[in-house]
Design a binder for this molecule. Sequence first.
Ligand code: IMP
Ligand code: MG
Length: 195
Amino acid sequence: MSDRRTGTAPLAERDWLARTGGRELRSIVFSSEEIERRVREMAVAIAAHYPPEEELLVLGLLKGSFIFMSDLVRQIERPLHVDFIVASSYGAGTTTSGDVKLLYDPTAPIEGRHILLVEDIVDSGNTINRLAAALETRRPASLELCALLHKHLAPDLRLEPRWVGFDAPPEFLVGYGLDHAEDFRHLPFVASIDG
Ligand code: IMP
Ligand code: MG
């Protein structure tokens, strides 16, 4: 039997249980329809922000941004290049340098280009603070951040996101790229879970 549902079609009541292996979610916080609408709005604002003749490199922070990134760039109506960056978080207490360990460093040149970092969620801000510092040393023409979700918990962000999809509640969120122990990334909406 073929299933006519697509990734972004509304999930019928509790149909997501197949995707979670029967594990309960607390609630759906942002539906796939809401996300789709908001991503389109952000893409329009991003396209309008950059001078048309200048080079734009959209850098997705893996893994969490992979779905957001792919939906976002498909709605940005201007030339751009895509690359990714993978940053490791050090274990607590292993560093005081504020340095970030890059597991995958973009092969695309950074210097002189407009860099748009794409992140799934800004929580403590540690990741973005470290990454922004690392990228600034490579002298981009500009460095901006686009985050799908912002918890507004970070006291002093080095790089405030210029574009935010949604202000997020101070809960643990999963889906649309966000994981809990690698589970739930493939849910087409953002949900909260217990714990
Ligand atoms: P930060 O460094 O604390 O700002 O958080 C950075 C990363 O932690 C994000 O890019 C996410 O991958 C992850 N993260 C933070 N909050 C959540 C959440 O509520 N759900 C899933 N992942 C999260
Ligand atoms: Mg994560």
